[in-house]
Design a protein around this ligand. Sequence first.
Ligand SMILES: Cc1ncc(COP(=O)(O)O)c(C=O)c1O
Length: 404
Amino acid sequence: MKPITVPLALPECGEEEIRAAAEVIRSGWLTTGAKTFEFERRFAEVVGARHCVAVNSATAALHLALEAVGVGPGDRVLVPVHTFTATAEVVRYLGADPLFVDCDRETFCIDAALIGSALQAAQSKSGPEKVKAILPVHFAGHPCPMDGIMDRSADLGVKVVEDAAHAFPAVYRGRGSKRAMDNGRTIGSIGDVTCFSFYANKTITTGEGGMLATDDDAVAKRARVMRLHGIDRDVWNRYAEPVSQWAYDVVAPGFKYNMPDLAAAIGLEQLKKASRFRQRRQAIAQAYLDQLKDIPGLVLPRPRCSMEDHSWHLFVVLLEEKDTRNGLSRDGFVAGLKERHIGAGVHYIPLHRMSYYRDTYHLTPEMFPNSEWVFHRCVSLPIFSAMTDDQLAYVIDEVKKILG
Ligand SMILES: Cc1ncc(COP(=O)(O)O)c(C=O)c1O
């Protein structure tokens, strides 16, 4: 029998995506056009945002979002230290500086209580005008504590740009705050701007791609201009109108971040399947939670949201460094998975451990005790919508065997 191999993640594309891409190729219009605008409209309906601007990555969306809310040289942006570098690098693109905040040990999201103290520390040093935005990451698809984040941002007059690279679709339900949103709000309809990723390992994919969602007319307008060289109108308008309009103006030195129709056509098909994909991810997470719960030393996720409100982009477990029955370390566990052809990841090596951020901002592990604690213990197990029942059963059995 062929040995089972289980990657950490795999995109799920079918004949529908192939047909949609072929249709775009045959149409002769490959770049940003009707498909992209349709994708923007549909995505805006799903996340409950007034505007969506499709781009070629979440990194691009984050960059455009910060630029559009006015982040510039010398400003500071609050960023979780426990994230992928894209979250912080976009702050540097604009000549601003990230102000790193530690994470929560259970959700791995930014610790809302620590945002207040980080803001106070920054403002006592550099004046209130310096902090321009908070950039929370909905880690693994678990919504951040948005009530607290929105309250703090309102008190301080700073913008909230959400990194929702992992969090489509996800819902936040606030509790016990003046902003309590008992009926739930989709991620994409809460902060000033929300940025999604359609990278190949994400919950829906266009290969590479991203979306900026906002209710703010001015932010959407600026992002549309800046995603295409700072030109005051889309190429689509210039060439596809019945009477071709050759004239245009460049109003700023913009970027080249537009999403092509080829990607948007795939995105439209993925969007139709998003609910089924999410349900499958949830079922996989539930199976892990039910069947791995009695392994000594293995700490499973304990979401503070309902299973349905989580997008389950990642399933991150923690291994007590020395407490497992057979004394297996996190690295030994990852090696055991590899021997059995099971993909695993570490999300994340925190940014204070990356030489650029460490050296530029004089960061030490002691400054981020929670992120350090998580980093030494975390392992991501395979989770993707196309994962078969056989693959799931295999991972569960092998994890049990490795951990004795
Ligand atoms: C938390 C986070 N933010 C941003 C990104 C960047 O996404 P993209 O590859 O679409 O630029 C990623 C990518 O994995 C991510 O994990």
